[in-house]
Design a protein around this ligand. Structure first.
Ligand code: M6R
Length: 366
């Protein structure tokens, strides 16, 4: 049942080429140039007349949602807010019937997310579900939606569901942007092709496994980690930190890299390593200076970078090289070495990675 792997978590990390293939099957067509989602096609008017999108989620799904926000704003020109479902349900929502609420939930059973969409319906908002478990409560309660189709996720730490959620959010933002005329057919085709190539590129990225296992030896006894990223990879930093803390019990914080100067920089010394997610995107120059700031304070840097990035490989202590993809889908690749890093550190510490203490796979009570 673990497919020959010692833990579900490792199996689920390693099967991501296949799960992403399943996630995009039937949704990208015409030789990888077009994207079709039933939920958008049946409700075109909703997406054409939308006033704003509110995404509600918890935990890892909330991190995927932050990436979705950036995608919708960039590609479909729709204002988006991302809310913790638990906060949203007890706040003043100000939703109107022209708002779309997107609920992102692997299990489709998270109590706070379910309550948030019930509240959305009371305001007359349209609810779009992005779930994994077929027939789950959230998928039934939503007006429409898209399944991520990554297969059962057994490990408590969400891995393949995260990459599936980000993939669906990318397809959704592109499909909606195309419908609204905010992106050209050429741009649709460029991103659709890049999404079609993901399974192969994820496969390549997984070859980092041995290097990361080696690296985990150095970092097993550290007490604090900092994770930094910018733009599309700021949420990747949050997700990398969550993975490490929930399965290895090492304290880790994720930050947008430039926020470091507003507080966390005070913590940096040779005892606190920083993981920097720094692919060659629009913000590459900016993140190089963030890395220099960490190095100047004696901090160790593990950098997730694109292949042949000489500038960063010269200054970082350790590098993890990933293939280059368009910015908006970069977290689907860059999150994978962080999943493996958390896994190997936790295994070295003797932790039960599939069932970390105090956690349940789905949080069906408040
Ligand atoms: O099933 P959901 O996606 O609604 O679950 C939300 C969170 O409980 C979940 O993502 C949690 O943070 C992960 N297990 C962390 O790896």
């Amino acid at each position: 049942e673990k497919g020959g792997y010692p833990h579900f978590m490792l199996k689920e990390i390693m099967e991501q080429p296949a799960t992403i293939r399943d996630c995009i099957r039937g949704r990208i067509y015409d030789n990888g140039t077009k994207i079709f989602l039933n939920g958008v096609n049946h409700f075109k008017e909703k997406f054409l007349n939308v006033n704003r999108i509110v995404i509600v989620a918890c935990g890892t799904s909330w991190h995927a949602s932050l990436i979705g926000k950036r995608m919708f704003q960039e590609l479909a020109h729709i204002p988006v807010t991302v809310e913790y479902a638990s906060e949203f349900r007890y706040g003043t929502s100000l939703l109107t019937p022209n708002d779309i609420v997107i609920a992102v939930s692997q299990s489709g059973e998270t109590a706070d997310t379910l309550a948030a969409i019930k509240m959305a319906h009371e305001s007359g908002a349209f609810v779009y579900g992005i779930c994994n478990v077929i027939g789950s409560s959230i998928s039934r309660e939503a007006d429409t939606g898209t399944y991520i189709h990554v297969g059962p996720e057994i490990g408590v730490a969400s891995t393949k569901a995260f990459t599936g959620q980000v993939t669906v959010l990318a397809m959704l933002a592109v499909a909606v942007g195309n419908l609204r005329g905010t992106i050209s057919d050429a741009e649709v085709s460029q991103i659709a092709t890049a999404i079609s190539n993901l399974p192969e590129l994820i496969g390549k990225t997984l070859n980092l496994n041995e290097k990361i296992e080696d690296l985990s030896k150095i970092y097993t006894y550290v007490h604090n980690f900092l994770y930094l990223g910018r733009g599309y990879n700021y949420p990747t930093a949050l997700e990398g930190a969550l993975k490490l803390k929930e399965i290895s019990y090492i304290h880790a914080e994720g930050y947008p890299a430039a926020e470091m100067k507003h507080g966390p920089i005070a913590l940096i010394d040779e005892m606190m390593p920083t993981v920097v997610i720094a692919p060659q995107d629009d913000l590459h120059d900016k993140i190089i200076s963030n890395i220099q700031q960490v190095k100047a304070r004696g901090g160790k840097v593990i950098a997730v970078i694109n292949e042949n990035d000489r500038e960063i490989s010269q200054i970082a202590d350790d590098i993890l090289e990933i293939p280059s993809v368009p910015d908006c889908i970069s977290p689907i690749i860059s999150s994978i070495p962080l999943q493996l890093l958390a896994y190997h550190i936790a295994i070295r510490k003797g932790c039960n990675v599939d069932m970390p203490r105090n956690l349940a796979k789905s949080v069906t009570v408040e």
